[in-house]
Design a protein around this ligand. Structure first.
Ligand code: BGC
Length: 753
């Protein structure tokens, strides 16, 4: 067993701790011994105990009614609890399970550890903009260290839903709009959460969610209906989930959405046929929060009894929060409306995961790890949080190289409702973090500029959604007295995440007016936008001298921002979702199909002709360009990069790989990091193919003036797609290939399969 230690632990300390842990933990069965252990236990279970294992309760009301919870555990009515967070409480519940219940089966404690536990990293969408798999994995590992120290051995992450809709509040939790990027980032997170050894006390089960298609909610309205053709499901929505399976994810969560008329929490096609049948997944599936009960309002089940019957039959192994499995399972079996083998199969899967996590051998919080929670904000954790926040922020504009801010500046005004609000920096799913842990932009800039420049501050409006203009005069006064304004606007944490769909994507509250009032001073503005989603801000963009998209950066928001603004770090983040110019353009995404009448570049306005004499009848808008405001993959640096010498070497056979190389040169005066991206287009297919597809990327560090040849190896098998029969095929024909710094890269080559 390999155990990772905090960087500061001395080698001797680490060795001794390893010995103690290894000595303490009884071995966890694997292979045939694991199967035997599961079967042995299963054979002793009553039906009620089996249904108990298939039931998960939340802290409400369980943790708040301790005696009642303990009684349920004692009776074997619960297999898992979510949202319990205190170690003492968790260990006490666990004690009842393993000492007082008949079969002594340990509980599995789950929590939404989405982008950190106490130390918060940037929200997942922000993390994805780093394109840094290693760092994203590290962040997940740290989250696991902190959460397992409190007894949480299961996280409901990573979220692998793709979306093309910035209105959907949960876009914040996604890792961008591209299946390849989501697959790689999701895999990195799973590695981080699950660690090298599942049975180690610092490992937690990951959960690929929400299976599947939830991000396609109509109009971006959360929980809304999804209609997804099969080719789209397989080519776009499923790959990240398949990658999670290949990475060994232990659990999946079914979703809230109705998929083509069959809710995903009772969908035998996705859960039994694809996930288990085609992919061979051996872990278990948990429902989403009351999503089994919600089969009733969906109009898919008449009552809780039918809901349980349909969900179990479809392959949802554990029911989250609603009690229908427990309440109706026995009756359904009694009346032959449920196959008993399905119950056994579900329980087998759940027990298996508990064995794999080492819970039978070591059910309690490991005290050696618990000790690390004594100092909740460890320097190494904060260091990674700062680095990831820095790499997540995306520079969108830097007119006249306003950034990094000149060392000669004497005064900086830090203005805006998000300039000194630790709470809002946390974003959705802030877990056990506390607002006062967060270093705000104001605090960090004041510290970093001391004593060379004066920092002036005014919020302008107290909160993101405030309509009051009362604070404007103080903000304008501060701006007037300063050499430069850092204007921190956007969405607070409460505007993004679950059940937070927005139909307007402009700056909320009085913030547009605040921007105008500050801009009227004529002072140069660095606009820093905090948000959980792409917003629409073209008017402010035009007037600001520099724009940095900072998302919700987490605990180290301020220091990361200060590092970038003051040039201690150079921006390298690249967008992983296309930004719409206006809500009416949505869905706007880079990997769309071409249509029979593709828009001409910059083509806008009324068509010239008439239906009888069509001229200029293209797939476009008459009042806005069809391209996004900022494309997928886009992001500026303090330096510039140039691409040349694209070369493609054909694979020797269908099993081989093609090699594509290009020279990337840092043509500016500063060292920097470029995310080099490779895109292809399959020109003709038996199913029409996207105009571009990301097939590779690499973060390349280049000193000023330095150049490097970047080499991509692209296996032929990755050039295929799922056809209408659901078969993965690779078709002969011509392809285009681009290497560049975003999805509109122009350095193009061709090859033929
Ligand atoms: C969310 C899930 C989450 C679950 C448990 C649901 O409302 O959709 O993503 O894991 O709650 O908190």
């Amino acid at each position: 067993m390999r155990i990772r230690f905090p960087a500061r632990l001395s080698a001797v300390g680490a060795f001794l701790l390893t010995l103690t842990l290894v000595a303490k933990l009884p071995p966890t069965p694997t292979g045939p011994a694991l199967d035997a252990a599961v079967e042995n236990l299963l054979s002793q279970m009553t039906l009620a105990e089996k249904l108990g294992q298939m039931s998960q309760a939340s802290r409400q009301p369980y943790v708040d009614h301790i005696a009642q919870t303990k009684e349920s555990i004692r009776k074997g009515d619960l297999g898992s609890i979510l949202n319990a967070t205190r170690r003492e409480q968790i260990d006490e519940f666990q004690r009842v399970a393993v000492e007082e219940s008949r079969l002594k089966i340990p509980l599995l404690f789950g929590l939404d550890v989405i982008h950190g536990y106490r130390t918060l990293f940037p929200i997942p969408l922000a993390q994805s903009c780093s394109w840094n798999l290693e760092l994203v994995e590290k962040a997940a590992r740290i989250a696991a260290l902190e959460a397992t120290a409190e007894g949480i051995r299961w996280t409901f992450a990573p979220m692998l839903d793709l979306t093309r809709d910035a209105r959907w509040g949960r876009i914040a939790e996604t890792v961008g709009e591209d299946p390849l990027l989501a697959s790689r980032l999701g895999t990195a997170m799973i590695r981080g959460f699950q660690g090298d050894d599942l049975a180690a006390p610092t490992s937690m089960a990951a959960c690929g969610k929400h299976f599947v298609g939830y991000g396609a909610a109509e109009a971006g309205r959360d929980y809304n209906t999804t209609l997804i053709p099969d080719t789209e499901l397989r080519n776009f929505y499923l790959p990240a989930f398949k990658a999670a399976k290949d990475a060994g994810v232990l659990t999946y969560m079914s979703a809230f959405n109705d998929l083509n008329g069959v809710p995903t929490s009772a969908n035998p096609r996705t859960l039994r046929k694809i996930l288990r049948g085609e992919w061979g997944f051996t872990g278990f599936v948990v429902s989403d929060w009351t999503s089994i009960d919600e089969l009733i309002p969906h109009g898919f089940a008449a009552d809780g009894r039918e809901a349980a019957q349909k969900a179990i039959s479809a392959g949802v192994d554990m029911e989250m929060v609603s009690p229908h499995y427990r309440d109706f399972g026995a009756d359904l079996l009694d009346k032959n409306e449920l196959n008993p083998a399905m119950i056994d199969d579900a329980v087998r899967r759940i027990l298996r995961v508990k064995f794999q996590l080492g819970l039978f051998a070591n059910p309690y919080t490991d005290l050696a790890t618990a000790r690390t929670s004594k100092n909740p904000l460890q320097p190494e954790h904060l260091h990674v949080a700062r680095q990831l926040a820095t790499e997540s922020m995306v520079l969108l504009k830097n007119e006249g190289a306003l950034l990094p801010l000149s060392e000669k500046l004497k005064s900086v005004a830090v203005i805006g409702p998000l300039s000194d609000n630790g709470d809002d920096m946390r974003g959705c799913w802030f877990c056990e973090s506390i607002p006062s842990d967060t270093v705000t932009p104001l605090a960090a800039l004041s510290e970093a500029l001391k004593p060379r420049a004066k920092v002036l501050h005014a919020a302008g409006t107290k909160r993101d959604i405030d309509e009051s203009t009362e604070g404007f005069s103080a903000a304008v006064k501060a701006a007037r007295r300063a050499d430069v304004v850092v204007l921190c606007l956007g969405e607070g944490r409460d505007l993004s995440g679950e059940a937070r769909s927005r139909a307007f994507l402009e700056l909320p509250g009085a913030q547009e007016k605040l921007f105008d009032a500050v801009a009227a001073t004529g002072k140069p503005i660095v606009l820093v936008l905090f948000s959980g989603r792409p917003m629409v801000f073209s008017k402010q963009f035009a007037k600001a001298r520099a724009v940095l998209y900072a998302w919700h950066p987490g605990t180290m928001a301020g220091p990361a921002l200060a590092d970038l603004l003051l040039g201690k770090a150079v921006p390298s983040g690249k967008l992983t979702v296309s930004f719409p110019r206006t809500v009416g353009q949505i869905p706007v995404y880079y990997n769309h199909r071409n249509t029979g009448r593709p828009p001409q570049k910059e083509n806008v306005g009324l068509p010239m002709g008439t239906p009888q004499d069509p001229q200029g009848y293209f797939s476009k808008f008459i009042d806005v360009h069809s391209t996004p405001e900022y494309p997928f993959g886009h992001g500026l640096s303090y330096t510039t990069f140039a691409y040349s010498d694209l070369k493609i070497t054909q694979p020797e056979n269908a099993q081989g790989s093609l090699t594509a190389t290009a020279t990337v040169k840092n043509t500016g005066a500063r060292d920097g990091v470029e995310v080099v991206q490779l895109y292809i287009r399959d020109l003709v297919g038996s199913v029409t193919r996207p105009v571009r597809e990301l097939k590779g990327f690499e973060r390349v560090q280049l000193k000023a003036g330095e150049q490097r040849t970047v080499v991509f190896s692209l296996p032929t098998r990755e050039l295929g797609f799922f056809n209408e029969e659901g078969r993965y095929i690779i078709e002969a024909g011509k392809f285009h290939l681009w290497i560049g710094g975003n999805s509109e890269a122009t350095l193009r080559g061709e090859f033929e399969l």
